[in-house]
Design a protein around this ligand. Structure first.
Ligand code: NAP
Ligand code: MG
Length: 504
């Protein structure tokens, strides 16, 4: 399929709608450099959360298609068509891919917004540029990461090489479809591996589109395959395949557990897990920018309709400023209007699915049933559109044992808890099974340092929220998973150490 003509960004909703109609919507898997229907001929329907209307029907791959993709990835790895290329040649191809993604950025943004219901403004301003930046970062790393020489007697040279693992299975969610995919695909390719990517069934299109661009950029056939399909079929087959060396996963804890089991029951492939969170944002009375903190308290959880693994879904406020601070957060939340994702002004769009919307609505009810006070929002919205919209919800009077203080909602729901003393704040903050991100707001540097040490989380942000940058590692502790995306550390996840000694 030739890719659609590159669109120029349209400035208004009707322009976005017209551009969307003109776009080809990718629907076939990519195996061994070719677009493929599934072997069984089966497809599944893909709907837009914006209006509940069908977009297209996508290839439903099963174990047979996964096996073809793995075979193709293995052949590409063994004949060294990619890892055997000079580093600067591989770097050039990944930069070419980033260039093409840049040329096609508007198409990618339109497809991402259509597929997920996220505001076109966010897809244009964040998802696609961040995915491109990820590819560029790892392209640059290809000829800059060195091995090591060990200190040995002068009759022996011992050195350590980072060798690619082989075939990487990447399984990703729907909240930032292309961005999350490239967090795995780009470093895996940079290290010289082959990849089989399984996108979320709710959001396959931008991965398919980008894998085509990669072929156009000169990535050899078979090096990056995309198997579309259902988690229980395509995902399960990938996780149980005996010739896959590693599964790199972002998604729920429930599926993460299944992946570890599948590894144990098959070839003991490695597994890396980026799972969920219940991230706390702690605001002390000595914070000298309460308005800034209030902005971050609201957007830290409401961005992407709350469907962010690092969403700051628990707000811990020092009791003496609680009423004042909650009023400030409510004032910000009031300005967040639920809107049509295709309107370039919209900053808060649709949730991914009816199921996810109902989950959020159920949690809002449960929170109130347990004594939470609904300060704002929480109702279904834009029902006439046929899409899945929920108003940002702010619930006060939540206590540490409540469902809304323990369980991940993955929706626009902010729970407010209070504390009296610093130690109590750290205890509440650490009092869930998760440990992905944590934030604190204080003008007291000693307190900030104590918090950094006390908080059990993979990411800690002081006087700011989500300093999302490719240069620092991303991932969690406890049941938020293990293994890191982003930064040069991510490269080592996709490599083995080979220790070589030459005696002379
Ligand atoms: P999910 O159900 O775990 O799905 C994630 C991916 O796994 C999808 O591609 C899914 O395919 C696939 N999958 C489902 N069942 C599978 C199985 N039995 N074997 C292999 N693969 C399977 O999660 P989600 O609902 O898409 O995303 C929401 C969750 O992801 C939240 O809990 C959130 O916290 C977490 N998340 C974490 C991060 C992070 O970086 N830590 C980032 C984003 C999201 P289908 O789409 O076909 O089901
Ligand atoms: Mg979709």
């Amino acid at each position: 399929m030739p890719l659609s003509k590159v669109q120029t960004p349209a400035g208004h909703r009707d322009g976005v709608l017209a551009a969307m109609k003109a776009l080809d919507k990718p629907s076939l898997a990519i195996i061994d450099g070719q677009e493929r229907a599934s072997k069984s001929g089966r497809i599944f329907d893909n709907y837009s959360p914006r209006d509940g209307q069908p977009i297209n029907a996508i290839a439903a791959c099963d174990a047979r298609d996964v096996d073809l993709a793995v075979k193709s990835a293995r052949a590409a790895f063994e004949d060294r068509r990619w890892r055997g290329m000079a580093p600067k040649a591989r770097k050039k191809i990944l930069h070419h891919l980033a260039d093409l993604m840049g040329e096609h950025a508007e198409n990618l943004a339109l497809l991402e917004s259509l597929d997920t219901g996220k505001p076109i403004r966010d897809a244009r301003g964040f998802d696609i540029p961040a995915a491109i930046n990820t590819v560029r970062y790892y392209a640059e790393a290809i000829d800059k990461v060195y091995g090591e020489v060990a200190p040995t007697p002068d009759t022996r040279l011992s050195y350590v090489i980072h060798e690619p693992l082989g075939v990487i299975g990447a399984i990703v969610p729907w909240n930032f479809p292309l961005h999350m995919a490239m967090w795995k695909v780009a470093p895996a390719l940079a290290m010289g591996n082959s990849v089989v990517l399984k996108p979320a069934e709710l959001s396959s299109m931008t991965a398919l589109y980008t894998a085509q661009l990669a072929l156009e950029a000169g990535l050899p056939d078979g090096v990056w395959n995309v198997v579309t399909g259902l988690g229980g079929e395509a995902g399960d087959a990938l996780s149980r395949h005996d010739d896959v060396d590693m599964i790199a996963f972002t998604g729920s804890g429930a599926v993460g557990r299944q992946l570890m089991k599948a590894s144990a029951e098959s070839n003991l492939k490695r597994v890396s897990l980026e799972l969920g969170g219940k991230s706390p944002q702690i605001v002390f009375a000595d914070c000298d920018d309460l308005d800034g903190a209030a902005q971050n308290a609201a957007w830290g959880v409401f961005y992407n309709q709350g469907q962010v693994c690092t969403a700051a879904s628990r707000l811990l406020v020092e009791a003496s400023i609680k009423d004042d601070f909650v009023a400030r957060v409510a004032a910000v939340a009031k300005t967040i209007k639920v809107g049509d994702p295709f309107d370039p002004e919209t900053r808060f769009g649709a949730m991914i699915s009816q199921r996810q919307m109902n989950t959020a609505l159920d949690y809002i009810e449960k929170g109130q049933a347990e004594g939470g006070r609904l300060v704002l929002g929480g109702a279904q919205a834009r029902t006439e559109s046929g899409g899945y919209y929920v108003e940002p919800a702010l619930l006060d009077n939540i206590t540490p044992g409540n469902v809304l203080a323990q369980e991940e909602v993955f929706g626009p729901v902010l729970s407010v808890l209070t504390f009296e003393k610093e130690d109590e704040a750290w205890k509440i903050a650490n009092g869930t099974v998760y440990g992905l991100a944590a934030g604190l707001w204080t003008a007291n540097i000693s307190r900030a340092m104590r918090g950094i040490a006390a908080l059990k989380a993979g990411l800690v942000w002081v006087n700011g929220w989500d300093a999302c940058d490719i240069t620092s590692p991303f991932g969690g502790v406890k049941q938020s998973g293990f293994g890191r995306d982003r930064s040069l550390h991510a490269l080592h996840k996709y490599a083995d150490l080979k220790a070589v000694s030459i005696s002379y």
